[in-house]
Ligand binder design. Structure first.
Ligand SMILES: Cc1cc2nc3c(=O)[nH]c(=O)nc-3n(C[C@H](O)[C@H](O)[C@H](O)COP(=O)(O)OP(=O)(O)OC[C@H]3O[C@@H](n4cnc5c(N)ncnc54)[C@H](O)[C@@H]3O)c2cc1C
Length: 435
């Protein structure tokens, strides 16, 4: 292994690691990036929606050659019970803008592309290399990493932990705790392949327009969880995820949930005739603001999923990862240019900058939502979706029942299920958490 000393070592070549490596390498820092996978993206799982704005801030001309699938023109939100969905769809021609706002991507291809940019910016990228341990000096300052390759410590002024949700290196060093089961979701996902024109016809799309569906309700069997369906060029990504603590408590199996989701009468026709070629499972950090660990220390910073930076309410993760990686890179470059050491005190600049960004502001806004959904999951993911469906059906079914009686029946169903006090209490708790 190399005897060189680097300005920075980045552990992980996912969204956050690539953003950090690109930022520092393009500012002239001597950067080493380690990735345990065979190639960047080989280990990574995402839906995947790419939020263009955050990538554009890092690579302004990314649209010229990035592997993008479809630009999104339609978003469907579905509340499901066992036989129906009640939906809100938002579709706008505004999204056919010259520089679209959101795209679907396939991470295995996208991460390879991002990594080529990182290398072109001057970073050294070593794949099939697992960082096994952080190397510390006698004062506890991080001075580099050990890997599973032969050789000793690889030295660097600062180590950026971009190792994803499991974050074993940071945990082993005592920098963060293992995330609690109620703060991480386990998601399973399949890729269903269909001809491009079939996808276009089924979802009413032309050219490279895309449509996504986010779904909640009885599909998660009362557990806190969500399903998704995203259109790619020639495939559909379909998945579902629930809190690990809920899986443990209910002994439900993720794969059974996915099978049932696929078989739902609202989903089945959208997948008809498709061929499944890929299956993946991955954790998602969902503890929100209260789960964010210490973000910096003597000789280290942590970014992306490893820092639990994921907005479960808005289903955003990769953009928080890229932004935290970029900001960490910019903070390190600023410290370097002032010729200061990578001490805990100086690296606090990263947190100061991150606090000012949408990343922390958004997570702070929804800080009480994860606990509310966790403790009230049966009401929000089972009872209310069933009631909403009953109410919608009662509203549209014409059967000679006077409307006044229909309205009374709907009100009575809500009160019977949750009581007046239960309804008021849920509404107040939700409003307080959302404020
Ligand atoms: C099913 C699913 C759907 C999702 N959908 C979306 C979506 O549509 N939009 C969105 O914005 N976000 C989505 N997310 C979240 C998003 O995928 C993550 O927020 C994002 O990938 C985090 O990037 P990261 O770089 O922090 O971590 P990762 O992408 O997980 O990358 C970590 C990297 O570190 C490497 N690594 C780990 N340990 C070591 C080690 N010791 N040595 C060397 N390398 C190591 C891993 O191999 C990996 O390449 C989804 C997540 C899942 C699971």
């Amino acid at each position: 292994m190399t005897e060189e000393k680097f300005d920075a070592i980045i552990v992980g070549a996912g969204m956050s690691g690539n953003a950090a490596a690109y930022t520092m390498a393009s500012h002239g820092l001597k950067v080493l990036q380690l990735e345990r996978g065979e190639y960047p993206g080989s280990k990574n799982v995402q839906g995947a929606i790419l939020y263009a704005n955050m990538l554009e801030t890092i690579i302004p001309d990314f649209r010229d050659d990035a592997p993008l699938e479809r630009h999104l023109v339609e978003q469907r939100f579905w509340v499901m019970d066992d036989t129906s969905h009640t939906g809100m769809h938002y579709r706008s021609d505004d999204f056919n803008e010259p520089t679209p706002n959101r795209y679907t991507i396939i991470r295995a291809q996208f991460d390879k592309w991002f990594s080529r940019k990182v290398r072109a910016a001057g970073a050294t990228v070593l794949c099939e290399t697992t960082a096994t341990e952080l190397a510390l000096d006698a004062t506890g300052k991080v001075i580099g990493v050990r890997t599973d390759r032969e050789g000793g410590i690889i030295h660097a002024d600062v180590v950026v932990l971009a190792e994803g949700v499991n974050g074993l290196l940071g945990t082993r060093a005592g920098f963060r705790k293992v995330p609690k089961p109620e703060a991480v979701a386990l998601a399973v996902k399949e890729m269903h392949f269909l001809p491009e024109e079939v996808i276009a016809e089924r979802f009413g799309l032309t050219g490279d327009q895309g449509c996504v569906i986010e779904a909640a309700g009885t599909i998660s069997r009362g557990m806190a969880g969500l399903g998704f369906l995203y259109t790619n060029k020639e495939s559909i990504s379909l998945g579902i995820g629930c809190l690990v603590s809920d899986f443990a408590a209910t002994m439900e199996r993720p794969y059974t949930l996915l099978e049932d989701f696929k078989d739902h009468p609202s989903i089945r026709p959208l997948l008809a005739g498709s061929e499944v070629k890929e299956y993946a499972a991955h954790l998602i950090p969902e503890g929100g603001f209260k789960a964010i660990p210490q973000l910096f220390g003597n000789g280290w910073v942590v970014v992306g999923d490893a820092a639990q930076l994921n907005n479960a309410v808005h289903r955003e993760g990769s953009n928080l990862a890229m932004t935290s990686g970029r900001i960490a890179g910019e903070a390190i470059c600023a410290i370097k240019s002032r010729k200061r050491a990578m001490t805990r005190e100086n690296l606090s600049l990263y947190k100061t900058m991150l606090d000012e960004s949408f990343v922390v502001k958004d997570l702070k806004k929804y800080k009480d939502i994860p606990a509310l959904l966790h403790t009230n999951s049966r009401n929000f993911f089972m009872t209310y979706p069933q009631l909403l469906s009953q109410a919608a059906q009662n509203f549209v079914r014409v059967d000679g029942t006077p409307k006044i009686e229909k309205e009374r029946a709907t009100t009575a169903a809500f009160i019977k299920a949750r009581s007046r006090w239960g309804l008021v209490s849920d509404a107040v708790r939700l409003a307080l958490a959302w404020r």
